[in-house]
Design a protein around this ligand. Structure first.
Ligand SMILES: *Cc1c(COP(=O)(O)O)cnc(C)c1O
Length: 371
């Protein structure tokens, strides 16, 4: 049952042994025992996301996180007459733009450089200039770099203009405190295998009921119709329309219990901050520099610049760390060479300390040293 290495990646990530063990039972996808479990998961997700639980619901969707993003976009945007303002400063914002192209959704794109957070006043200026914008979408933690966008301020601006808001909080929900009601979020998207610390297989949307009720017959896809999925789950007490990832859902339920045991989102946030700060401080001592300014850096994943050393290659660095028990992530930034180290999942400060020891050992073997 033990893992060969720790995943320092932004999902799939290292899960607890008890979460993985929860998958060792088979479930019938339409049996009441299983459907009750689904309902408990849905309720807990709403409770995690807001104090105003009566106004919100949650819907689960098969597939990786992107499937849920595509499902929400394709279901929430009206077939005609809607226009979506998309904020982007990384690969996940760009993916939303691409999805809109495929789905035939009209967009206005607010683009920022990858190392800069989206500026709410730029969004506000667009909203003031173009009254045909109906919806606004922003990625909260842009996992491309680990930058944190001011989703709360952006949604507040959108709400001043009466727009519907969508937030891709894939890599932050469960790890950073937020309240969808207080933040003015109508649709929040996340998935099983990020900060809730489950295994991959489905995503979910926390939706304001009043807004979701408007979305019947909007969908451009049968399988990814979030409204239909909602209707089926509501009317059939937790039934999914098509085969659901039963084992993954059971593991996710266990992960939700473990989040509660840890002390909830606040406590998990504190652990992630501790992990991230240890990591950056230790890396800086070794001569590495973080790419994102500290004020905008998330406690989720950190981008580091390649060291100024002619002998450094990411592949070799990666393989060495992997042999010593840690899997890190390549960079995803287009303009500059970076690698990324995530600190979410079943990962603790002592793991960060072990990682730093291993990196120090690795650097000391390099021919040239940049430190
Ligand atoms: C992980 C992630 C997604 C979804 O990616 P998948 O590979 O489809 O799971 C979307 N947006 C953000 C910000 C993410 O971190």
């Amino acid at each position: 049952m033990k893992n060969d290495y720790l995943l320092l990646t932004p999902g799939p990530l290292s899960t607890s042994e008890t979460v993985r063990k929860a998958m060792l039972q088979d479930w019938c996808t339409w049996d009441a025992d299983y459907n009750q479990l689904v309902q408990k998961v849905r309720e807990r997700l709403v409770t995690l996301s807001t104090r105003e639980t009566d106004s919100y619901t949650s819907v689960l969707m098969q597939g990786s996180g992107s499937f849920t993003v595509e499902s929400v976009l394709g279901t929430v945007m009206p077939k005609t007459g809607g226009k979506l303002l998309v904020c982007t400063n990384g690969a996940y914002g760009d993916r939303i733009v691409k999805m809109c192209e495929v789905l035939g959704i009209e967009t206005v794109v607010v683009e920022e450089e990858e190392h800069m957070a989206i500026d709410p006043s730029t969004v506000e200026a667009h909203l003031g200039n173009d009254p045909t914008i109906s919806h606004v979408v922003v990625v909260h933690c842009e996992t491309t770099t680990g930058i944190l966008n001011p989703a709360q301020e952006i949604c507040a601006a959108a709400k001043r203009y009466g727009k519907t808001t969508i937030v891709d909080a894939m890599s932050s929900f469960g790890g950073i405190p937020m309240d969808v009601h207080d933040w003015g979020i109508d649709f929040l998207i996340s998935s099983a295998n990020k900060c809730i610390q489950g295994v991959p297989g489905f995503g979910f949307c926390i939706a304001k009921k009043k807004e979701l009720e408007k979305c019947k017959d909007n969908a451009r896809s049968l399988s990814l119709d979030m409204y239909s999925q909602y209707e089926t789950m509501e009317n059939n007490s937790g039934k999914w329309r098509y085969t659901s990832p039963t084992h993954v859902v059971r593991a996710f339920y266990q992960a939700l219990l473990e989040l509660e045991e840890e002390g909830g989102v606040q406590a998990r946030h504190r652990r992630y901050i501790q992990n991230q700060q240890l990591l950056v401080q230790g890396m800086e001592k070794l001569g590495f520099s973080a790419h994102i300014k500290e004020e905008q850096q998330s406690p989720i994943i950190t981008s580091f610049l390649f060291p100024d050393d002619p002998t450094f290659t990411f592949q070799e660095f990666y393989q060495t760390l992997k042999k010593k028990g840690f899997v890190i992530y390549p960079g995803k930034i287009s303009e500059i060479n970076t690698f990324r180290i995530g600190n979410i999942g079943e990962v603790y400060p002592k793991d960060m300390e072990r990682l730093l020891d291993v990196i120090q050992e690795t650097c000391s073997n390099w021919e040239h040293t940049f430190v």
